[in-house]
Design a protein around this ligand. Structure first.
Ligand code: AMP
Ligand code: TRP
Length: 342
């Protein structure tokens, strides 16, 4: 990794399958950025454990996600691609960050509220010990901050839903520098794409497309067959007024289709709206554009073997650890722990 170019870091969870929101909001941009910046991309398996998982589920998900990262065009010779648990400094700095992040700061995170509500919500009653809502789900943004700070990251490309977590990382990083000395950590910035930052569920366009919630019919998987993609887009919820207009507030379904078409064809959704008078042709064109965009990814995914993936991850972990260890030692020294005797 060269020290001159700005560094980019981002992470993706190995749970569920990769959907169009992941691709347009994050992965597609990672592939572009790897040629502009020193790029580090992490499969955050430790983050996946914050929600209940069957033994083995994360392992399989990690291999599939690594295969996906190579298929979307990440080049292991250009980027550092690795698994979070393979670089032990993530868990170590994760603990320090838990101690440096305020309970009140974590309590404001909307993703924790959403995810804990979906698991039944928190209550203080003695009969409800909320065992399925793990403490890790609550402290997760501190681990995410550790991921980012470990690589002296300048830029964090993410979808809009991660904005609050990256802002928290910035706040804590600024505080660390004023408390432990300037230069203790690099203060990162988020980069949210202008198009595709928030892909909505096709059946419930008020909700974001997500790995964990929402019907299958509302989620386009990157590996969906062309026929499935056509069917899902054809059945996407629109509205009754029949007018094609980009208006996220009042016409969320139609606007979502325009955003997807815009992101897939590199066009402005509001301008695209002028070209359509009916929903049918808009849906047909959106489906065709998504299929054409995903086809090369699917072809590459199918051509990769498990051993290609495992080899790439081993190289990635070694490269990542070299950087992480240096930064970890700098932070430990700044915080002021006793070093072990040599
Ligand atoms: P996750 O699936 O939560 O691990 O998210 C991986 C990346 O995909 C993050 O950068 C998210 O911000 C992004 N992402 C997830 N869902 C969406 C969505 N519906 N629209 C745009 N970006 C998304
Ligand atoms: N929390 C992110 C998500 O769910 C994943 C993530 C973990 C991440 N660590 C990160 C993203 C560091 C960017 C940088 O999408």
């Amino acid at each position: 990794m060269s020290a001159q170019r700005p560094r980019v870091f981002s992470g993706i969870q190995p749970s569920g399958s990769t959907h169009l929101g992941n691709y347009l909001g994050a992965l597609r941009n990672w592939a572009v950025l790897q040629h502009e910046m020193d790029s580090v991309y992490c499969i955050v398996d430790l983050h996946a454990l914050t929600l209940p998982k069957e033994p083995g589920e994360v392992r399989t998900g990690t291999i599939n996600m690594a295969r996906m990262l190579l298929a979307i065009g990440l080049d292991p010779e250009v980027s550092t691609i690795f698994v979070q648990s393979h670089v032990h400094q993530h868990a170590e700095l994760g603990w320090l960050m838990q101690c440096l992040t305020g309970f009140g700061e974590l309590r404001r995170m909307t993703q924790f509220k959403d995810k804990s509500d979906r698991l039944g919500g928190l209550s203080d009653g003695p009969s409800n010990n909320n065992a399925s809502i793990s403490a890790g789900l609550f402290t997760y943004p501190a681990l995410q901050a550790a991921d980012i700070l470990l690589y002296d990251t300048d830029v964090v490309p993410v979808g809009d839903d991660q904005r609050q977590h990256v802002e928290l990382t910035r706040d804590v990083a600024l505080r660390m520098n004023s408390r432990f000395g300037e230069g203790t950590v690099v203060v990162p910035e988020h980069r949210i794409p202008p198009a595709g930052a928030r892909v909505m569920n096709l059946q419930k366009p008020e909700d974001k497309m997500s790995k964990s919630v929402g019907s299958e019919a509302g989620t386009i998987e990157v590996l969906d067959e062309p026929k499935q993609i056509e069917k899902k887009i054809k059945r996407a919820v629109t509205d009754n007024d029949g007018e094609v207009r980009f208006d996220v507030q009042n016409k969320p379904g139609v606007s979502n289709l325009l955003s997807i078409l815009g992101a897939a064809t590199d066009a402005d959704p509001a301008t695209l709206a002028d070209q359509y008078t009916q929903y049918g042709p808009l849906k047909a064109d959106t489906a065709a554009a998504v299929i054409a965009m995903l086809q090369p990814v699917q072809d590459r995914y199918n051509a990769l073997s498990e051993s290609d993936v495992i080899d790439a991850l081993a190289v990635g972990a070694a490269k990542a650890e070299e950087v992480a260890e240096v930064v970890m030692q700098r932070i430990i020294a700044a915080v002021g722990l006793l070093s072990p005797a040599q």
